[in-house]
Design a binder for this molecule. Structure first.
Ligand code: OKP
Ligand code: ZN
Length: 343
């Protein structure tokens, strides 16, 4: 299968993040993508194509214009405030504060357009995020033109990004942008299957009232794990989208037996929805040695993930999300893709 990737996605270089009461070394590092790229080349999975530029239109199908304007203008505001490194939001318009005002100061805007303090944003973050979205769109275009499968090596990841807020290391929702693009190019019923360890709150929010894009997510119980405030089993969609959103929160410590049972249920949902095109939000952080996850999948399990998804027999776009066990990331990611191709 073909993959899409650009080295410009490496321009987002977070150094630290707020974790356990300290500033610790960031985990969403450029090297993540390099390990995956190197493994693709090592096993000869297929060509790696440079993304083409799609411009703002496909981003505006998912994100608000004011959010995209903020992201585009962030670097100038950040530098005008005398900063050169990375910034962290630290105040949000929560209950009791006004959410109908847009501050001028960059710190106010950071709060308006984010939902956590765990996502360092630097001068080049927007550039990298834009190219990451272009990577998803370029791979989606291959599917729209008839390819049975394609892999978007996206980084930074996307599934936490909401219509108008960044967070969870995500700025643009690559999978959502790709899914909407596929709809606009003629797919009728798209399913996004999110296998990342963390709930894809952004993707869920974006499509929650949509009956044409189904969202299925397997993840750690949000009562115990980020993003804490979304991803529960009773979130089933609203309005036209009622019955098109399904969550499989699982206990910490879940291994292949529990996880694959949920995957089977999710695959049954994809089939009964009448899905014509599948987008997989491919997080590799359910891995047993992932530094920020408490699931127990082993490297070989990822081959089975690819095989199970292939059984759906659908045109499938894989979009990379999380996964932080850097030295195993290439193997685990390519195991899913090889498992899919070998099935
Ligand atoms: C992004 B993706 C607190 C760290 C909070 C946020 C996790 C974002 C995961 N110690 N981390 O879904 O892999
Ligand atoms: Zn994750």
């Amino acid at each position: 299968m073909k993959s899409v990737f650009s080295e410009r996605q490496l321009l987002h270089t977070p150094s630290k993040e707020l974790s356990d009461g300290e500033m610790r070394a960031a985990v969403e590092l450029p090297a993540r993508a390099e390990y995956v790229r190197d493994r693709i080349l090592e096993v000869g999975l297929g060509d790696i194509i440079e993304p083409s530029a799609f411009g703002r239109a496909p981003l505006e199908r998912v994100h608000t214009k004011d959010y995209l304007d903020f992201m585009e203008g962030f670097r100038a505001l950040h530098e005008a405030a005398g900063r050169t490194g990375e910034a962290f939001p630290f105040i949000w318009p929560t209950h009791g504060l006004r959410s109908d005002v847009t501050p001028r100061h960059v710190d106010g805007l950071l709060g308006r357009y984010s939902f956590d303090a765990g996502t360092p944003i630097g001068p080049m973050s927007w550039e990298a995020a834009k190219i990451s979205a272009d990577t998803a769109l370029t791979a989606a275009k291959m599917i729209a033109q008839g390819a049975p499968v394609a892999f978007a090596l996206c980084r930074p990841p996307g599934h936490h990004a909401m219509t108008d807020r960044f967070g969870g290391y995500c700025f643009l929702n690559n999978a959502a942008i790709a899914a909407q693009y596929l709809r606009d190019e003629g797919a009728e019923r798209v399913t996004i299957l999110d296998v990342d360890y963390h709930h894809g709150n952004g993707t869920q929010q974006i499509f929650y009232e949509r009956g044409d894009v189904q969202f299925l997510s397997l993840h750690a119980d949000p009562a115990d794990e980020f993003p804490y405030f979304l991803g529960y089993a009773d979130e089933v969609g609203e309005g036209e989208g009622e019955g098109c959103n399904f969550n499989w929160p699982m206990p910490l410590g879940t291994d292949w037996s529990g996880w694959s049972a949920s995957l089977d249920e999710a695959c049954a949902r994809a089939a009964s929805f009448g899905t014509d095109t599948l987008v997989v939000s491919l997080g590799l952080d359910p891995f047993e040695n992932d530094p920020i996850s408490k699931f127990k999948l082993v490297s070989d399990d990822f081959i089975r993930v690819g095989e199970r998804i292939a059984k759906l027999g659908l045109p499938t776009l894989f979009v990379m999300e999380g996964g932080y066990a850097i030295d195993a990331l290439g193997v685990n990611c390519v195991n899913v893709l090889s498992g899919f191709e070998g099935a």
